[in-house]
Design a binder for this molecule. Structure first.
Ligand SMILES: [Zn+2]
Length: 68
């Protein structure tokens, strides 16, 4: 009998996800690629939401949700 915890180990995790990030400046919510290769700016106020960091991006705003 294989429990749920064991099944989650067998299913390969996606390598990249999308994050719903809330802008610190204007509270605009925007989807940001977790492994963004370029600086991601808020579409409303142009604040930086994420910076590339070699691998996972550094998220500047608040992560509200994760889409896998
Ligand atoms: Zn903003």
């Amino acid at each position: 009998m294989v429990g749920e915890a064991d099944w989650s180990k067998l299913i390969p995790k996606p390598t990249s996800r999308f994050l719903l990030v809330s802008c610190d400046e204007c509270n605009n919510k925007q989807i940001v690629f977790e492994h963004a290769k370029t600086v991601v700016r808020c579409k409303v106020c142009n604040s930086i939401l994420a910076k590339p960091r070699g691998g996972k991006a550094q998220i500047i705003g608040k992560v509200l949700d994760v889409y896998e």
